[in-house]
Design a protein around this ligand. Structure first.
Ligand code: C2E
Ligand code: MG
Ligand code: MG
Length: 726
């Protein structure tokens, strides 16, 4: 049965519910105690009984109609017989004259006074002539022997006249006698009264017997059934129903058995559906459907329960680990969600398998997992657990659809109760630590420190200030020259943003370095309008050089966020058009990190930019992750060796080797190579020796405001040797 069917059932029960009260009263008592009483209260019984009663009565009344006539006839026959019996002995046997009356006047007089005979007329047998008449005048008169009437009953029933024929009398005469019959109607009335009484008694008796039978065989079972249906409707899930005491071989007993088993089945079904639905709801609410692991809510609840369940003076400490897969979004975007999902499942499985049974391993977000376990004597540091977790992910690639995926993770660690006494807070702190790990280049583990909170607050403040700075024109651009190592010519400049934050100090303010605010601008998306502003300012300056006849280009830094969150191609082409700068005089510096996100989009964007004629450089080359094979795919013009290699090249052979390799790599790919961070003559000599093409650094000029830069260009002799040894 589905949930909706269940609803139908419940709906039915509520409909029945409003009659509940009435019915309840009538069913109290049940079969053995209250049924006879019930019977007299039952409308159904009364209807059946009344119709039976009336039917019997109607039949009996019709029968009575017929029998009353017979009864009256019989009584009249009695009157006639009695009359004849009184007359016959008075007729003389000695018949002399057939035309003389055979009865004397005295006899006739005696007859009328001592019997019911009121009047008498004697007719001759031969011609029906009247021989004698005595007493009351008669209604029946014989007129000849044809059509002799039989009898006559007075309209008021007071007399009855009969014609006695010779064969009835045994004498050769016709005698018409009128008898008093007033008593007959009285007898008839008495008969009717008596019969009706008997009929009523009979009907009542039959009805009573019927009522008892109905009550026993019909009403009791029906009430029992109704009682149980009511209980089922009140509580369909657990109906308190009784077993049927009725004979299940009869129709109603059988029907009751079927109904009871349906009620029980229904209860079973509801219970099953309910518990299945509860399980399902629980699963949906507390488990992640993809990995089958508990979700964040369940994680927090379980951690809370474990903390609450602790007793004693020395409660357990718990490690809480927040783990985020590095660059998982790229895998999803480039390989499709099927692969992404399969990797997440595999990660979940591997994490679960690597942790003891007592640990809670949950999927707390899209590519985030949270783990907690109690710290013990053996494992007493949360960091150890975090290392194990990160190691498990890193240990070997994930094989999905026959492809290997090397996944790495950033991990944040916090400990209960050291980093919070509220599980929610402990997990939040692990998340803060995780964010730190991500910011510090990912693939690392960070333990929560209270300073992080402060840092988070400071960042919020800085973000607010940065928004303010944009409106108040506190952002400016500095320019740092880039020179050709072999010719010594100034080939261009890199535009570097500066934030001048005024304050009440003697200097009137201070500079906030871009490394402090650019990451915040990137995270908040504020880098998009800032980047557009930088691009416009830089292009305007370069357009001025172009106009003044200088052959210099401008290099502008572009963040990954600008690549992925805005339409940088149309922004660049619009600004080039508006400032009139030749596209070839603009170079965009991107870092290798842009290759880590949505690779297809990155390639497409770089190609479109290159299509505009804009040059592209990879900044800080050698510090990122980018695979060398990418370099051939992208339309790159220049590699910019990261300044850390130059700084250390003279005293660290490894860094020197890297710098050397980058130069060779660039040349083998037909790219120009520029070195930044060139501070000394020694750096310059090293780069000259390694055949580096271009240089940028404090040795030539610090980044300076536009006027100073223009001054620098004007004063430059064109000789690298003109720069002092510093
Ligand atoms: P970057 O693009 O690698 O810029 C070079 C950084 O090295 C600049 O730092 C520059 O002042 C510094 N530098 C140049 N020569 C030397 C040197 O000889 N010695 C030393 N020690 N440092 C030198 P800055 O201006 O603080 O910028 C830092 C980073 O901020 C830049 O690194 C760049 O990634 C970012 N940035 C600066 N301006 C912008 C911008 O307009 N947009 C974006 N998205 N990022 C910017
Ligand atoms: Mg740069
Ligand atoms: Mg750089």
């Amino acid at each position: 049965m589905s949930l909706s069917e269940n609803k139908v059932f419940l709906g039915w029960s509520s409909k029945v519910g409003n009659k509940k009260q009435k019915i309840k009263k009538s069913v109290i008592g049940g079969r053995l105690t209250g049924a006879p009483v019930q019977m007299w209260k039952s409308r159904l019984s009364w209807r059946i009984a009344l119709s039976v009663f009336l039917t019997i009565l109607t039949v009996q009344v019709s029968i009575l109609g017929l029998t009353v006539q017979n009864y009256e006839q019989e009584r009249l026959r009695d009157v006639s017989t009695a009359g004849r019996a009184a007359i016959v002995p008075l007729i003389s046997n000695n018949i002399v004259d057939m035309l003389a009356s055979p009865m004397s006047q005295e006899d006739m007089k005696r007859l009328t006074t001592s019997t019911r005979v009121n009047g008498i007329a004697i007719y001759s047998r031969a011609d029906a002539s009247l021989l004698a008449h005595y007493g009351a005048p008669l209604a029946l008169v014989l007129r000849g022997l044809k059509n002799i009437p039989q009898n006559y009953y007075g309209s008021d029933g007071s007399f009855y006249e009969v014609v006695f024929k010779p064969h009835e009398l045994g004498r050769p005469y016709y005698i018409v006698a009128q008898m008093d019959s007033a008593h007959v109607s009285e007898q008839v009335y008495a008969y009717i009264e008596q019969t009706i009484l008997i009929m009523l008694l009979m009907s009542a008796f039959v009805t009573t017997v019927l009522m008892i039978a109905l009550g026993h065989w019909l009403l009791e079972p029906i009430l029992f059934l109704r009682d149980n249906l009511m209980k089922a409707s009140e509580n369909p899930e657990d109906p308190n129903i009784l077993d049927s005491p009725f004979d299940s071989s009869d129709e109603i007993g059988g029907a009751i058995d079927v109904a009871l088993s349906l009620i029980r089945q229904n209860a079973e079904n509801i219970k099953r559906i309910k518990s299945a639905a509860e399980d399902q709801i629980h699963k949906l609410a507390y488990y992640d459907t993809l990995t089958g692991l508990p979700n964040r809510i369940f994680f927090l609840q379980s951690l809370n329960e474990r903390i609450q369940a602790q007793e004693g003076d020395n409660p357990d400490r718990f490690a809480v680990i927040a783990l985020d897969l590095d660059h998982f979004k790229d895998v999803n975007d480039s390989m499709g969600h099927n692969i992404g999902d399969a990797i997440l499942r595999a990660v979940g499985k591997r994490l679960r398998a690597s942790m003891p049974e007592s640990a809670i391993v949950s999927r707390s977000g899209e590519d985030e997992f949270a783990i907690t376990m109690a710290l013990t004597k053996d494992v007493n540091s949360a960091r150890d657990i975090a290392e194990r977790v990160a190691g498990v992910i890193r240990s070997e690639p994930f094989k999905v659809f026959n492809e290997n995926f090397q996944i790495r993770a950033s991990v944040g660690v916090s400990t209960y109760p050291d980093d919070g006494i509220d599980p929610d807070q402990v997990l939040k702190n692990a998340d803060i630590a995780l964010n730190r790990a991500k910011e510090e280049g990912r693939d690392t583990i960070k333990e929560y420190s209270e300073d992080f909170d402060l840092a988070v607050q400071q960042r919020f403040q800085m973000l607010r200030d940065l928004r303010d700075a944009m409106e108040k024109d506190q952002l400016l651009l500095n320019y740092q020259p880039q020179l050709d190592l072999t010719t010594g010519r100034i080939i261009g400049a890199e535009a570097l943003i500066r934030w001048w934050k005024p304050d009440n100090s003697k200097e009137g303010g201070y500079f906030i370095p871009p490394v402090d605010f650019i990451p915040i601008a990137e995270q908040s998306g504020l880098i998009v309008p800032i980047g557009e502003w930088v691009l416009r300012m830089a292009c305007e300056s370069a357009a001025a050089w172009q106009k003044a006849g200088y052959g210099m280009r401008i290099a502008v830094n572009v963040s990954g966020a600008q690549f992925h969150q805005s339409d940088i191609v149309s922004c660049v082409s619009k600004i080039l058009q508006e400032t009139g700068l030749e596209a070839g005089r603009l170079e965009l510096e991107v870092t290798e990190s842009i290759f880590m996100e949505d690779i297809n989009h990155t390639v497409e964007t770089l190609q479109q930019l290159h299509g505009l004629g804009v040059e592209l450089a990879i900044d800080d080359f050698g510090t990122g992750y980018s695979s060398l094979s990418y370099l051939r795919l992208f339309p790159i013009d220049r590699l910019k060796i990261d300044q850390s290699f130059i700084r250390n090249a003279l005293n660290n052979p490894d860094d020197a080797a890297i710098a050397r390799t980058i130069v060779r790599l660039g040349h083998s790919l037909n790219l120009k190579v520029i070195a930044e961070g060139v501070e000394t003559k020694e750096h310059e000599d090293f780069l000259l020796k390694e055949n580096c093409d271009e240089v940028q650094g404090y040795r030539y000029s610090r980044p300076v405001p536009i006027d100073n830069f223009n001054e620098f260009v004007k004063n430059y002799t064109g000789e690298l040797s003109s720069f002092s040894e510093s």
